[in-house]
Design a protein around this ligand. Structure first.
Ligand code: C5J
Length: 223
């Protein structure tokens, strides 16, 4: 029989078949977490996101040790910006926005230093990296195909930012029938109140979008 992963969570215990679960690490890119990138261009204090790094690192170690599928995502665009809607490009009326040259290369453009995943969370051989032009990881990507090919039914979501790319992906995943567990300490926002509200929204109404736990509870359940 299958030994289920049983995690203390809110609004109640989360259980999943670990062989049918994936850890999805969303957009832990220099452009969001380091000075001189997209997050900073939008006027944010990028240091607010760094609290998510250590909990994700610990969870990533546990997932790899257990042989769980790990998927990384990156938000960004083709160098010719042909996949960048004008509505996204113009948002914020930025002097230096998506596609423009910054200290870490062209902002949010694939192949540039700023677009890369932070060194602490570098992918290893065999871990799919999903390049996404939108906020959700399912929109205009092959994420769903990869998950279905591997028989994945449950997603453990972490990364940045809680209310933007994590939430959009969570909502897309819900409508596609995936069970979702969100890590409270493995997600972060430039707006602490949005982080708190976004987590509260997941678990309200009997867990309308899924479950919330922290990395320690998840790792304890994975031992
Ligand atoms: C944002 C993201 N916040 N990865 N992107 O623009 O959450």
């Amino acid at each position: 029989g299958v030994t289920l992963l049983r995690v203390a969570a809110e609004p109640y215990e989360f259980s999943a078949d670990p062989a049918r679960s994936a850890l999805v690490i969303i957009d832990m890119q220099r452009d969001f977490l380091e000075p001189g990138g997209f997050g900073a261009a939008l006027g944010n204090d990028v240091t607010l996101l760094r609290s998510a790094i250590a909990p994700i690192e610990a969870t990533l170690d546990a997932a790899r040790a257990r042989g769980m599928l790990v998927i990384h995502t990156r938000e960004g665009h083709r160098p010719d910006l042909s996949d960048l809607p004008p509505a996204k490009k113009s948002r914020g009326r930025l002097a230096c926005g998506i596609g423009d040259a910054g200290p870490m290369g062209r902002i949010l453009v694939r192949g540039e230093a700023g677009h890369g995943l932070i060194g602490e969370l570098a992918p290893i051989e065999g871990e799919p990296v999903i390049d996404k032009p939108g906020k959700g990881a399912f929109y205009a990507t092959d994420l769903e195909t990869i998950l279905r090919q591997r028989g994945i039914g449950s997603l453990i979501l972490c990364g940045v930012t809680t209310e933007v790319c994590v939430h959009t992906t969570l909502r897309e995943a819900n409508d596609r029938g995936f069970e979702c567990l969100v890590l409270s300490d493995g997600t972060a926002s430039y707006f602490p109140q949005f982080h708190a509200s976004a987590l509260a929204m997941v678990k309200a109404q009997g867990g309308i979008f899924g479950w919330v736990t922290d990395s320690a509870a998840l790792i304890a359940a994975m031992q």
